[in-house]
Design a binder for this molecule. Sequence first.
Ligand SMILES: NC(=O)c1ccc[n+]([C@@H]2O[C@H](COP(=O)([O-])OP(=O)(O)OC[C@H]3O[C@@H](n4cnc5c(N)ncnc54)[C@H](O)[C@@H]3O)[C@@H](O)[C@H]2O)c1
Length: 545
Amino acid sequence: MAASLNKVGVVGLGTMGAGIAEVLARSGLDVVGVEVGDEALKRGRGHLENSTGRAVKRGKLSAEEQQAILDRITLSTSFGALSDCDLVIEAVPEQLQLKRRVFEQLDEVCRADAVLATNTSSLSVTEIAVSTNRPEQVVGVHFFNPAPVMRLVEIIHSVLTRPEALSVVQGLVERLGKVGVTVGDRAGFIANRLLFGYLNQAAAMYDAGHASREDIDAAMKATGLPMGPLTLMDLIGLDVSLEVCEAIYRETRNRRHAPAPILRQMVTAGLLGRKTGRGFYSYDEPAATAEAEPAGAPPRVGVVGSGPLAVALISGCLRAGADVRFVAGDAEKADAVRTALEQPVEGGTELGLLADCDLIVEAVAEDTSVKRSLFAAVDDVAKPGAVLATTTTTVPVIEVAAATDRPQDVIGLNLPDPAGELVEIAATVVTAPEVVRRAAEYVAALGRRPVHCRDRAGFIVDALRVPYLNDAVRMLETGYADADSIDAAMRYGCGYPIGPVADLDRLGLGHAVEVLRALYTEYREPAYAPAPLLEELFTAGRTFR
Ligand SMILES: NC(=O)c1ccc[n+]([C@@H]2O[C@H](COP(=O)([O-])OP(=O)(O)OC[C@H]3O[C@@H](n4cnc5c(N)ncnc54)[C@H](O)[C@@H]3O)[C@@H](O)[C@H]2O)c1
């Protein structure tokens, strides 16, 4: 095996190959780029010149440095040019037969000690490796798009890979200044396996009419993600998304990856996302920027409860200049709320305080019977036309609504991050459309961003986020990857602000277990059952780290 790397080949100079060649040349390596024909080679050269040219324009690279990088890259249409490379990275389209053919050719022309690597996202590295006479020297090296920017590289070994071949690639990834995580050969590796379960569920959620595409995206973006799931799928390409889901499903037979019907329909119709001008969104015409409606006067708000959520709700109302009062379970709790708020607020223990409120928000214990009896009592004191909101995410809103004589006035209201802007508004099958409209107006007047969904466990954010976290726990408990690798993969490969394992510790294991139980009860979907390790740590009162 080559002791040190001097020359690295790249086969296929498309989106990924050109980016990888650039990263390699930037680190001082000699690079040989191979394409199928002159046209493709010209395109590849164009990618390289444009990308480094942009860096020069942004002042991140001098013209001399750009020239030096380009000079280190030799381009050819002949595989023979790869004969003296220490390592070759394949980045041709994601088709198994094509990749196997390329590897047969590489096996013929490359030095016996050269390591051969594939940039596949979802195909089996093992199936590619066995098309050569040196499967022990074949490794997966999965860069993310755009390769010069994204820090993660997944390094994949098959059951045949020799440790020496693996360490050649690990050494290279380190030299490139990337974050490498090494795992075995499972469809989707870490990042795509976790990401596409979530994306596929978001597509299904949209397909089911649970929420609008804009609201699904806005809700998830509000959790700190770089973009919403439907926008991301449009960017990745719906054809690619479909293929990746199919590849993972073929291996796992887990329905979470069985492509949502809408994906196949859109692909069949040629709606592939950004690259064809239309996917979940249309990109042909510039999006009309909707005039922001002037926010109305803040409503008079009543908050029932004394916990952290109640306090966050009250202080949010105060910040927005709303008239707010609260009702706590006893005098001691009422005092605790006043202390937490550090300012005088009208409040007490009598529900009568809520009589003239436009919006009454319940934030008491997450328990169906407590919420039902509270709502029955609120029903007796609230003025006609008041919007009654429950903050539950795990008790169906309709159960609470049915405890009143005015179920048409009851909505679900969830703040995935109590200090954040986002408010999810869930309408039941009997909520009056006028009440939903008014609730959204009130939320906007309180300075928050409303999104709408139906009365389903987890609303939007928890329904999409928590099963993804559960998938990460399942991955952890099978021993496929450790917590640090899983978190690094999602942070550096997908731009998540926090990895799933750390996110579970932050959100609280109890919350995750509650949401999963509610989702499982509602859908009986095996993937929603809490992972045993999650239940176990929760019961033990422990966290992951
Ligand atoms: N695009 C992404 O976001 C992304 C991210 C990570 C990994 N990947 C993986 O990287 C690989 C390449 O994807 P891409 O998006 O760069 O595709 P692409 O279509 O942009 O580029 C593929 C290139 O390979 C060339 N090619 C085809 N057959 C060839 C042959 N026999 N010999 C030499 N060159 C050949 C094509 O001319 C083309 O330029 C795939 O396996 C893909 O799954 C893609």
